[in-house]
Design a protein around this ligand. Sequence first.
Ligand code: UT7
Length: 349
Amino acid sequence: MPSDNPSRPGPAAVLCGLAGWVPPRVVTNDDLATRLDTDDRWIRTRTGIRRRHIVEAGQATSDLAVEAGRRALRSSGSESADAVIVTTTTPDRPCPATAPVVATRLGLTGAAAFDVGAVCTGFVYGLATAAGLIATGVARRVLLIGADTYSTIVDPLDRTNAIIFGDGAGAVVLRAGEAGEPGAVGHFDLGSDGAHEDLITVAAGGSRQRSAGSEPTHAERHFAMRGKEVYRHAVTRMAASARTTLERAGRKIDEIDHFVPHQANLRILHSVADDLGLPRERCVAHLDAVGNTGAASIPLALADAVAQERIRPGDRLLLTAFGGGLTWGSCLMTSPSLTAQPQPERTRP
Ligand code: UT7
């Protein structure tokens, strides 16, 4: 029987805490239709989304990250961590990183703390980074938080993007353990293709625009996505990454109990599942209730499925993500015994 975890020099990373948090304010498709030329039916049939949660004025990504992080630590049975990773496309500010202030607000001053930027693939990149910290002995317990507030970068009058994204945070705690344990994070595939950097962008605010010295336009200050092209890349890259990961682990798709993809668009998730030959019922979909929450989407979907007791201890999970960059990645793992967190109930319609 092949192992889900490659042989490594140090300990394996084992998931031992999980939680999600979304801001209380709900925006339904009908709410959006009052200010945009759209309707509930178009949004539901094109994306699978019914509603999303949006931050209040003044609320930032770190506020959501702290809420999710606190709950994940609690669910792990210990408030401690010696590294905190925040993965986000919407940091509180361009400088400094968001992770140090999150760590301090969680009582973890002194812990290693840094951000990982891989857009919607951030959580899978963050898992690999956390596994590396644990394998090399740099950390024994890592708090990894995917948090995004896309409502702060999407133009509220851009009907194509405003309907897709929601705000939220999801967090996991990883501890040093054994490769065979339930919860062990296993084989990975990570990749990128910068030739398509212009498919998903916020053009202004970085060194490219600032060094040019020009005032950014309204469009340059907001999130832009070439949706149709992104859609095609997402289906192809996610399916390929999932396959590569399965091959590395010596596993077949029918050994996967739950496919937990980045919650981009329900049609994308179903196309990837079909391409892999995976029954759609095994695809965890949570975006109806929260939309596409960027780096938060996989841990939020996981937390929801665990809270609904859909994912059970020992189940084999395949996580796959795709995002701007372009970036993509997958991770195989087994589910540990976790305490269901109350927050995901709030995210159900
Ligand atoms: O998380 C990172 C990765 N992101 C993704 O994976 C997103 C990938 N892309 C998508 O999910 C889809 O491309 C969208 C949901 C963004 C758009 O769906 P689509 O089926 O590709 O629509 P489209 O952009 O081709 O637009 C089709 C039509 C257009 O009208 P015409 O030109 O055919 O007359 C749009 O103007 O739908 C129109 N449209 C809308 N109509 C009502 C676009 N947005 C809306 C809207 N409501 N909100």
